[in-house]
Design a protein around this ligand. Structure first.
Ligand code: SAH
Length: 249
């Protein structure tokens, strides 16, 4: 079998944040597979088939990619950010584990990308400079009580926290509940950052406190960071810096 399957991260949006090894595999691919807006980030060219699908069809998409690689194609599955962070790499391995055993002999590689939390953190300073955790706030693939439990324990452990998928039209209520839990656990003074569409022309950043945070400040293009008790804000003209010192007392 001469086919291959690469699961590649396209970074948060800016072309300059796509790694050279990802650019290289995209240039050599015969097939690009992924959620429509990510597939559209790869320009059309002769010899390249682009297969886009809805973002709920991850397992079907993964099996399709594996079938094409088994048929000898050079397939690249694209995700935004890093493909291993709430994205397609795990879906590919789920399909691999439960699918045709011949797929296991395929040339399969995962190429990392700059995840939204790293781009968002860099945009405001270094809020993830000490211990932190990241949590997907979507309850599409896990029950809401598990999210609440993780929020509570992360707050108790005094982690800084990065939240993916905070709020969507299909799930308008969850993020308001999450904010209430965080406010109860961390207090109203705790810093919160809303980093929207980082590294794209629509980028916007808001630094505020849990006491002043509103659910509407987040949407599906927002990465939310809540600081630990040690996270600091350095005020200056324009946007403040936010950072978490490297040491804890
Ligand atoms: N694999 C991706 C995450 C996919 S989940 C990664 O590593 O970044 C999709 C979520 O990522 C969005 O709901 C949002 O919370 C976040 N996200 C993706 N791109 C972003 C960007 N440019 N700015 C802010 N948040 C982003």
């Amino acid at each position: 079998m001469s086919g291959s399957l690469v699961i590649a991260g396209l970074g948060p949006g800016d072309e300059a944040l796509v790694t050279p090894e990802v650019s290289q595999v995209l240039a050599e691919a015969t097939d690009i597979v992924g959620y429509t807006p990510y597939v559209e980030r790869v320009p059309a060219r002769d010899g390249l088939a682009r297969h886009s699908s809805d973002n709920r069809q991850e397992i079907e998409r993964a099996a399709h990619a594996l079938e094409m690689a088994a048929a000898g194609r050079k397939v690249v599955v694209v995700s935004s950010g890093d493909p291993g962070v709430f994205a397609m790499a795990a879906a590919i391995f789920e399909a691999l584990e439960s699918g045709d055993s011949a797929w296991r002999q395929l040339d399969i590689r995962v190429l990392p990308g700059i995840s939204a939390m790293l781009a968002a953190s860099a945009r405001v300073g270094a809020p993830l400079g000490h211990d932190f955790c990241c949590i997907n706030l979507s309850d599409n693939l896990k029950p809401w009580p598990l999210i609440e439990k993780r929020l509570r324990l992360a707050a108790e452990a005094d982690f800084a926290m990065a939240f993916y998928n905070p709020r969507s039209k299909a799930r308008p209520e969850g993020f308001a509940k999450a904010l209430n839990s965080l406010r109860d656990a961390c207090g109203p003074e705790r810093v919160i950052v809303f980093a929207r569409a980082v590294s794209t022309p629509e980028a916007s950043v808001r630094v505020t406190t849990l006491g002043d945070a509103q659910p509407e400040m987040a949407d599906m293009r927002t990465l939310v960071i809540v600081g630990s008790s040690l996270t600091r804000v350095i005020e200056r003209d324009g946007e403040p810096f936010v950072y978490t010192p490297r040491s804890a007392p």
